[in-house]
Design a protein around this ligand. Sequence first.
Ligand code: NI
Length: 183
Amino acid sequence: MAILKIARMGHPVLARRADPVPDPASSAIRRLVADMVETMIDANGAGLAAPQVHVALRVVVFQAPADRADEGLAETERFDQTAPLTVLINPEIEIIGGDTEGGWEGCLSVPGMRGFVERPAHICYRGVDHEGRLVERTAKGFHARVVQHEFDHLNGILYPQRMSDLKKFIFESEAHHWVKANE
Ligand code: NI
């Protein structure tokens, strides 16, 4: 396994559409996935898409731990908001209903920054993992957000391109000042 170099905003690999993976269970993909997981954990990210490590293929890894879910939810609702470490290859997303939700995002390819992004609140996604098994889930909250963020990477879209108010594009290190001033 290896920790891979992360491409930053401006590198063309982040702006192109990534290619489908013909054989998700191949040894090359297995190796890529192992390196992506190691890189994501090392960088303390919630998700990572293959283009972020200079590989233009439709592969993402992510997790939505329980401590990122909204508090005070019923257990069934909470289930939709959390996901274990997940590998998703050739994913598809379907939006459920018309509700949107705003939330702060960061990206390992846009280091040090945070931005407020409005996205569909409820989605269903499906793909396969690196053993060729079908992965199909509904997602809400942070879980829905991280999946859409990683999916966007596969289509050459970075979260600042999803923002409607650039006043809410801030340095993470200034966030505590921003919060105080906007309470
Ligand atoms: Ni990202």
